[in-house]
Design a protein around this ligand. Structure first.
Ligand SMILES: Nc1ncnc2c1ncn2[C@@H]1O[C@H](COP(=O)(O)OP(=O)(O)OP(=O)(O)O)[C@@H](O)[C@H]1O
Length: 562
């Protein structure tokens, strides 16, 4: 298990983790030392005479302690405690800062892994699961699992020291206490074992399901409304969310209650000890009682921390499996410096299937050159979008090769000189401007060109009506813009990056006919001016006069229409 955990923690952070472990251990030992100091002081304060008597028994006879020295010792003790606690506070601050920082590093890796994987991987992903990994699993792994493992090791070492000390001075009592506490811990462990498994599996499964149900509700608002069955969707969310909250309650209450169970056990031990007076020398009793009282301060929290740590480790072990391959970020490298697309993109004998028994494209040959305006048509579901995915470098053809300006495309990655406008326009959550400029800084933004494109796509009036203009905030899937307006905003976004090849996948099908024609007029104009190629997939025959060549996709083949 430790090996798997270390595989998840980046190498650079492993060193820091070891450092925090050592520091935590030293602080725990310092804590113990502070308690060891407390024992003679309590004894001294309770009964000075007996303290001398005990000292004489261990051979110290010449020591005389004045009230003044006691005051100094107490002052020293107070200062020692304050310093120790300040060091502890600073350590905790740094340690949690480190753990949450590590959690963030892992979340970013998880996102990178998602965004850098190939398109087919992306299509298969359950968004609820991705959100779970990025927002919860990484946090649970660092702040619950890793933290608990470090605590567990430190506390076990401290416990060994305490038990060793007790065994040396009070073997009989310690053995009985060990027996009672050991038995108690075993009972607790077996009683809670099934709970740990339930918590672990519930966190593993129900969080993803609850997230998915929530996404359904957020994204499917209108669909759910029209089904008139809101109750069903809320209940589906509730069913998983309640499971999560139940196990969290179990986990939190266990954490709180361990120390209470331990206190009961300790009190019983102390009671038995006092009642039967295990040791013959009455002088030593006061030392023993004060030792136990002082150790009780350390022992109870220490044991309670151990039980807590075990609970958290067992309950969050699911995170290891989920983050197992987090570092396998396959950044999709381009096999060649992406060519400028100065002469042609060529597809030779391309075949493609999503699975063995469903071939979509069969031995297709196709070429597009700068300045071309080509059209593709074909019945619904025949594979037009799939063909575009292959052409853009998003999915790897099963057979055949793609070349750009004669250079073979080896590794699949989105070809940078292409802008793609999909059937369903997607507006990001952000301002209208951010939706166009897609991450450009203020200095880089070409407002003049944006104004020009908005004008040509007949969006200027719409923007002018918005109080915040280009800075109007959009929620994704917002109904603030109509379907047609969203499509036009998507076309502006695609053109703004000045692509060499514009791919339109039924990108204007929500426009009224005259507007669609005007958009195509403009596209033809801009294509001629900038030598930009356009490949348009559409069912609309009225657009065919814009194309120099029209193809039809049928029976898995791309055929040129004469
Ligand atoms: N990721 C995928 N896994 C398996 N099959 C898929 C996948 N994506 C698409 N398909 C299937 O491939 C076929 C072609 O789909 P595609 O979207 O390319 O058709 P299309 O011609 O663009 O359709 P439309 O005109 O309706 O948009 C469909 O039968 C579809 O179900």
């Amino acid at each position: 298990m430790l090996k798997q955990i270390l595989n998840i923690v980046p190498k650079k952070k492993q060193k820091a983790l070891t450092f925090f472990f050592i520091k935590s251990l030293l602080l725990n030992i310092l804590d113990l030392v502070s308690i060891a100091y407390l024992i003679p002081i309590i004894t001294l304060l309770l009964d000075k005479e007996k303290f001398y008597l005990i000292l004489s028994k261990i051979g110290i006879t010449s020591l005389s302690i004045s009230d003044n020295s006691i005051r100094i010792v107490i002052l020293f003790l107070i200062i020692f405690y304050i310093i120790k606690n300040i060091i502890y506070i600073r350590f905790n601050k740094k340690f949690f800062n480190f753990l949450y920082n590590l959690s963030n590093t892992l979340s970013v890796r998880a996102i990178k892994k998602f965004i850098n994987k190939d398109f087919l991987f992306y299509q298969k992903q359950n968004k609820g699961n991705i959100i779970n990994i990025v927002m919860k699993v990484t946090g649970d792994f660092c702040c619950k699992l890793l933290h608990s493992i470090i605590l567990l090791f430190c506390e076990i070492i401290v416990l060994f020291i305490v038990v060793g000390f007790l065994l040396y001075f009070y073997p009989k009592f310690t053995l009985i206490a060990l027996l009672v506490l050991g038995l108690f811990s075993l009972i607790i462990y077996y009683k809670k074992k099934s709970d740990f498994n339930i918590i672990n599996t519930t966190y593993n499964e129900s969080q993803t399901k609850a997230n998915s149900q929530l996404i359904n509700i957020l994204d499917g608002f209108l669909e759910i409304k029209s089904s008139n069955n809101e109750e069903y969707f809320v209940n589906s969310f509730d069913k998983n969310n309640i499971k999560l909250n139940k196990v969290t309650a179990l986990l939190v209450s266990s954490s709180f209650n361990y120390s209470k169970y331990l206190e009961i056990t300790l009190i019983i031990c102390l009671g038995i000890l006092t009642y039967f007076s295990f040791i013959s020398s009455s002088n030593a009793n006061i030392i023993l009682i004060s030792t136990l009282a002082a150790l009780g301060f350390k022992l109870v929290p220490s044991l309670s921390k151990i039980l807590n740590a075990i609970t958290h480790i067992k309950s969050h072990s699911y995170t290891i499996k989920m983050l197992n391959d987090i570092h396998n970020v396959e950044v999709q490298k381009t096999a060649m410096p992406i060519s400028e697309f100065s002469s042609e993109v060529s597809l030779k004998n391309i075949s493609f299937d999503y699975s063995v028994d469903t071939q979509i494209l069969d031995t297709i040959n196709f070429k597009i050159k700068p300045g071309d305006f080509l059209g593709i048509t074909g019945v619904s579901g025949i594979g037009k979008t799939t063909f575009l995915y292959v052409m853009m470098g998003l999915v790897k053809p099963t057979k055949g090769k793609i070349t750009v300006d004669g250079n073979l495309l080896n590794n699949m990655s989105f070809l940078q000189f292409i802008s793609y406008v999909p059937q369903q326009p997607f507006l990001l959550s952000g301002t209208l401007l951010e939706n166009i400029t897609m991450g450009q800084t203020e200095d880089e933004i070409d407002y003049e060109y944006i104004n020009f494109l908005f004008e040509k796509l007949e969006l200027t009036e719409i923007v002018n009506e918005l109080p915040e203009k280009y800075l109007a905030h959009i929620q994704h899937d917002s109904l603030r813009f109509s379907g047609g307006q969203k499509q036009r905003i998507s076309i502006v976004r695609a053109l703004y990056s000045k692509p060499k090849l514009l791919i339109l996948d039924e990108a204007t099908n929500q426009q009224n006919s005259p507007l669609e024609l005007r958009i195509f007029e403009f596209l033809k104009e801009i294509s001629e001016e900038n030598n930009m190629a356009i490949l348009s997939v559409s069912h609309n025959d009225n657009l065919s006069h814009f194309y120099s060549e029209t193809f039809i996709l049928e029976n898995k083949k791309l055929i040129l229409l004469e």
